[in-house]
Design a protein around this ligand. Structure first.
Ligand SMILES: NC(=O)C1=CN([C@@H]2O[C@H](COP(=O)(O)OP(=O)(O)OC[C@H]3O[C@@H](n4cnc5c(N)ncnc54)[C@H](OP(=O)(O)O)[C@@H]3O)[C@@H](O)[C@H]2O)C=CC1
Ligand SMILES: O=C(O)[C@@H]1CCC=N1
Length: 271
């Protein structure tokens, strides 16, 4: 049994969450996805109907009237306007879930009827294949039942972890945007392989499977990454020579600075 869900602003992240939920069995007939009233929005709506079998509309207020779960997936700057459209027509008890970077539950609650349960989340795009991780934090009126409903909806998108809201900017910087860092690593490794003389398709396959295999090994063994790295690094060998270059170029410090910058930007987006 799946409750009615409205996804408001079904772009990259909205569609990733939608795909994960439907891929895991959430009924497409229970989901309405909204798009912008524009030529681009019309094309997107057609694509969403074709790919996922959901209903689409440009009318956010109509989409939420009978929804138990309302996922706000527009850009942070568009969240206030969308909440203003739906505030008065939400079903009593409907849970409002935001995926927007930086926007606090307090800011959302201020635009909704008093007592509306709000859950702030930070998913990532691997949600679309059920391999994501989403952190969720409750607003003032959200209780365990509301969090459990959100967890049930997100279950098909991958892992879900409860955190305190104060941690969500750091989560945004690490796992929200993290796939982009990893795609940069995959791309750079593949290009490096081409530079070292490999055919492009072979280099690409090697790079992707190496990242996937290393991540799975870390998850499935539970061993610390430093231990796993030691097992690859033969004394005086090839990997030690490569790691030396990464340390010389301060790759770790670069990741630290990148996550710090992304966290600061998340705080800034929340205004
Ligand atoms: N992309 C990611 O990896 C992640 C994104 N997020 C968060 O997800 C949210 C969306 O990001 P993302 O999916 O990347 O952005 P997108 O621009 O791809 O998606 C937002 C969508 O909302 C549409 N939209 C805007 N206003 C309205 C409206 N009033 N009614 C209906 N639709 C509307 C936009 O249409 P149009 O383009 O025509 O304006 C667009 O299709 C952001 O708040 C972001 O912080 C969170 C985690 C990861
Ligand atoms: O780049 C962004 O702002 C969004 C939030 C996390 C990932 N994408």
């Amino acid at each position: 049994m799946t409750e009615r869900v409205a996804i408001l602003g079904t772009g990259n992240m909205g569609e990733a969450v939608l795909a994960g939920a439907i891929g895991a069995g959430w009924s497409p007939g229970e989901v309405t996805a909204t798009v912008r009233a524009s030529e681009h929005g019309a094309a997107r709506g057609a694509a969403l109907r074709e790919r996922h079998g959901v209903a689409t509309t440009t009318d956010n207020a109509a989409a939420v009237t009978d929804a138990a779960l309302v996922v706000v997936a527009v850009k942070p700057k568009d969240v206030p306007a969308v909440l203003d459209e739906i505030a008065r027509v939400l079903s009593p008890g409907a849970v409002v879930v935001s995926v927007a970077a930086g926007v606090t539950t307090a800011a959302m609650e201020a635009r909704l009827r008093p007592g509306t349960p709000v859950v702030r989340t930070m998913p990532n795009t691997p949600a679309q294949i059920g391999a994501g991780i989403t952190a969720i934090a409750p607003g003032a009126a959200a209780d365990d039942t509301h969090l459990a409903l959100v967890e049930r909806f997100l279950a098909g998108t991958g892992d879900v972890v409860r955190v305190a809201e104060k941690d969500l900017d750091a989560v945004t910087a690490l796992s929200g945007g993290g796939p982009a860092y990893v795609f940069t690593v995959i791309d750079a490794l593949a290009e490096a392989g081409v530079h070292a003389g490999l055919k492009r398709d072979v280099a690409s396959r090697l790079a992707k499977q190496t990242v996937l295999g290393a991540a799975r090994l870390a998850v499935e063994t539970g061993d610390h990454p430093a231990i796993l790295r030691e097992r690859v690094t033969s004394p005086g060998g090839t990997t030690a020579a490569g790691l030396r270059v990464l340390e010389d170029r301060a790759v770790r410090a670069a990741f630290l600075a990148a996550v710090d910058a992304a966290r600061d930007r998340s705080v800034q987006l929340g205004g």
